[in-house]
Design a protein around this ligand. Structure first.
Ligand code: 1PZ
Length: 211
């Protein structure tokens, strides 16, 4: 099946997203997210409120990339420069640019931190580790402080519906448990690097709290 999820594809997308001079190509960044969303959809409809929001944000970025100013959206670096230079970002509160590329990508960027933490704890987990616990610990350390109570509540309920560690390893479609663990070990430094580059760029430009 051509469109079946594989962890390898996610890894490949994030790998392609890094340019030689360490810029992040938006095209591959969002294709990595698309893979992750298709994976999440395969886990059941409890997660659809999460994947809908992710798809919405992926779509906003894709529209910018495909739009008339698309050349400015080649990399996260060029997007930040273009939107700031042209005052296309709401810095203090949402007003005339509620869906800027910068604020939209920031939401995915925070979610990437969740992914990094979650995959790291999956990688180092043992057979009796609980995915719901790993997931909510990762969530509490990343996205949760940015979410209102109602979303935190809904997320917590969704986490309880996560498949077991064994089932999780299976759907990752990357071979034996040991092979999954090896692949996770390769994927994580890459995901961390993409995350760190974006984090530094956003910090330097004071963009980490965009409304
Ligand atoms: C496989 C397990 C999935 C667990 C995913 C853990 C993340 C839980 C996130 C809950 C988000 C709920 C829906 C909407 C949230 C939005 O309010 C926020 C802020 O956006 P704004 O309102 O400011 O426009 N959106 C986000 O924080 C982005 C969330 C993207 C989550 C993508 C998760 C993809 C997981 C892949 C799984 C392999």
């Amino acid at each position: 099946m051509a469109d079946a999820f594989s962890l390898q594809d996610v890894l490949d997308s994030f790998k392609s997203s890094l340019s030689d001079n360490k810029e992040v190509f938006i095209k591959y960044y969002i294709s990595g997210w698309r893979e992750l969303v298709s994976f999440m959809n395969s886990l059941g409809s409890v997660f659809s409120f999460i994947s809908k929001d992710a798809v919405n944000k992926i779509q906003i970025l894709e529209n910018l990339l495909m739009g008339e100013n698309g050349t400015h959206y080649l990399t996260v670096q060029s997007m930040v420069k273009y939107e700031l230079d042209n005052e296309l970002v709401d810095l203090a509160k949402r007003s005339s640019h509620p869906e800027s590329g910068c604020r939209t990508l920031l939401r995915l960027h925070r979610a990437l931190r969740w992914l990094q933490l979650f995959l790291e704890s999956l990688r180092t987990s043992t057979e009796d580790s609980k995915t719901s616990v790993m997931c909510s610990e990762a969530y509490n350390a990343s996205l949760s402080p940015h979410h209102p109570w109602i979303i935190r509540k809904a997320a917590g309920m969704a986490f309880c519906a996560l498949p077991s560690r064994n089932a999780f390893f299976e759907v990752m479609n990357a071979g034996s448990d040991q092979e999954v663990i090896t692949l996770l070990g390769e994927a994580l430094p890459l995901i961390s690097e993409v995350h760190q580059i974006t984090e530094d760029l956003y910090a330097k430009n004071n963009l980490l709290d965009l409304p």
